[in-house]
Design a binder for this molecule. Structure first.
Ligand SMILES: [Zn+2]
Length: 136
């Protein structure tokens, strides 16, 4: 199967994955807020998506394509030489940031965007985060 992505479609994908305020992320933040949980967004140098600084918990919501989700990150077959190094750099950057935070005593939680899109995903993950947070 040949995977051809038009210029318009590619720029649409690029702008969707570049945006920090993705819809699932906003839904998760709203769910936490509704449960009385307060957090910081895009926190610190590492731009932690959702941070609980007091408990040193860093939550990253990773877009499936951009961060190399094993289920959904299908590299466009046209332009492989462009995409592979680009995605690899992102994955390496994610790893480096995670290691740095861990060394500084943070607990790092990564959530795939697809987990939030599942039925009850937002509810389940907000509960999970609240449990982790209150365990600190
Ligand atoms: Zn995924």
């Amino acid at each position: 199967m040949v995977d051809v992505i038009s210029k318009e479609k590619r720029s649409k994908i690029m702008s969707a994955i570049r945006s920090k305020n993705t819809k699932p992320e906003i839904l998760l933040r709203k769910a936490l807020w509704a449960k009385g949980i307060r957090y910081r967004v895009h926190y610190g140098k590492e731009k932690i998506d959702i941070a609980f600084p007091t408990q040193k918990i860093a939550v990253f919501i990773d877009g499936c394509f951009w961060h190399g989700c094993p289920l959904h990150s299908h590299i466009p077959k046209s332009n492989v030489e462009y995409w592979i190094p680009k995605l690899q750099r992102n994955i390496n950057r994610d790893k480096a940031i995670e290691e740095k935070l861990k060394k500084e005593g943070w607990q790092v939680i990564r959530i795939w965007e697809h987990e939030l899109k599942e039925p009850k995903g937002v509810e389940m993950i907000s509960e999970k985060l609240i449990n982790i947070r209150s365990a600190h």
